[in-house]
Design a protein around this ligand. Structure first.
Ligand SMILES: NC(=O)c1ccc[n+]([C@@H]2O[C@H](COP(=O)([O-])OP(=O)(O)OC[C@H]3O[C@@H](n4cnc5c(N)ncnc54)[C@H](OP(=O)(O)O)[C@@H]3O)[C@@H](O)[C@H]2O)c1
Length: 328
């Protein structure tokens, strides 16, 4: 069955290429595609999918219009949804915020894997979208692979006292490598080689990535939470300290925890030694885990997150929600 939806792809990297493949399975139409180098409008969608299948870059496509802006391309192509897979921009939030706001102002809905804009300006973005009747799907921004956003939506209005979560697989991987005998710098090099860490691993090890996810989770729960409010303690200082490394190698569970007491406005990312009985002590490797404490009980969600192909599948679940909610 062909899904009648016109999609603009904004970003054509690891995740964007998999989104193109998933869209072709769904029978959706890719009407434009953009990378940092320019955009395609009106190209044969099959040629874009073929490029994705062989892991090509968008600028290899012969019809790429250099410097054609992604929003202009989406508007020109008559896209109704933009699927955004551009890198985060934690310093200024740009060009990400402008891309989102211009899409919204044009009445184009958004499905995104990029955390920047929602971590920094959740309320503003959502109210702008509401005023334009535009949908924003963002399941892929937090623990892409497990329904973390659905969990937060389902707990809205409940009496959530604390969130304790493992939201970053790269740091979990580093902890595992150091525990296994590797020194910290070699572990970081290996994580970059294995494409698990960003070229600048501090996005993970200094907590920006889990802090952004925590801000989005708390905002989804209904609290005013911005990335800048999240206190961050780096993981490196623990993994570079010989005494702490001995403690880790003796078997004590260490996790890089994203912690919130949303009612008190407390948001922190920090290395934490867990009791062995903690459900988060079992969250290792590519698994993430979210433990919500509410009403004297605990709700736990855990499962595998990433890599790019799974993230793309998660974005399709948002697209299906958009299609279901759409009138006409
Ligand atoms: N990898 C995962 O499993 C995962 C999971 C959850 C969320 N995410 C998030 O998903 C996003 C994409 O990740 P990725 O691994 O696919 O990144 P990536 O491989 O680096 O791809 C990024 C793509 O965005 C394009 N781009 C950069 N700036 C742009 C701009 N201003 N306008 C249009 N296109 C632009 C790049 O263009 P060029 O091709 O010209 O470089 C590239 O095609 C990131 O925000 C990441 O944090 C990823």
């Amino acid at each position: 069955m062909k899904a009648r939806v016109k999609v603009a792809l904004i970003g054509f990297g690891n995740v964007g290429r998999h989104v193109a493949l998933e869209l072709s399975k769904l029978g959706a139409t890719i009407v434009s595609a953009s990378s940092s180098r320019g955009s395609l409008v009106g190209a044969d969608p099959g040629s874009i999918v073929e490029l994705a299948r062989r892991g090509g870059r968008l600028h290899e496509h012969p019809s790429l219009e250099e410097d054609l802006d992604p929003v202009e391309a989406a508007v020109k192509a008559g896209a109704e949804v933009a699927m955004i897979t551009i890198p985060p921009s934690y310093e200024t939030g740009e060009p990400n915020r402008s891309i989102y706001y211009r899409l919204i102002d044009e009445g184009i809905s958004i499905v995104t894997a990029d955390k920047t804009v929602l971590a920094m300006w959740f309320r503003e973005t959502m109210s702008r979208a509401r005023s334009m009747g535009v949908y924003i799907g963002y399941r892929a921004t937090v623990a892409a692979g497990i329904p973390a956003i659905d969990m937060a939506k389902g707990l809205r209005g409940r009496d959530v006292d604390e969130i304790e979560a493992v939201l970053n697989s790269t740091t979990n991987y580093l902890i595992t490598l150091v525990k296994g005998g590797m020194d910290y710098q070699s572990a970081v090099r290996k994580a970059i080689e294995d494409q698990l860490a960003e070229p600048d691993p501090r996005v993970d090890t200094h907590g920006l990535d889990p802090a952004a996810k925590l801000a989005i989770l708390a905002s989804t729960l209904g609290y005013e939470a911005r990335l800048e409010q999240v206190e961050r303690e780096p993981l490196d200082k623990v993994l570079e300290d010989p005494e702490q490394v001995d403690r880790l190698r003796s078997g004590e569970p260490l996790r890089y925890i994203a912690y919130a007491e949303p009612k008190r406005g407390v948001y922190r990312v920090e290395p934490r030694w867990l009791p062995e009985t903690s459900p988060l002590a079992g969250v290792t490797g590519i698994y993430n885990g979210i433990l919500a404490r509410l009403e004297g009980e605990q709700v736990l969600l855990t499962g595998p997150v990433g890599p790019a192909w799974r993230t793309a599948k998660v974005m399709i679940t948002d697209l299906l929600d958009y299609m279901e909610a759409r009138v006409g």
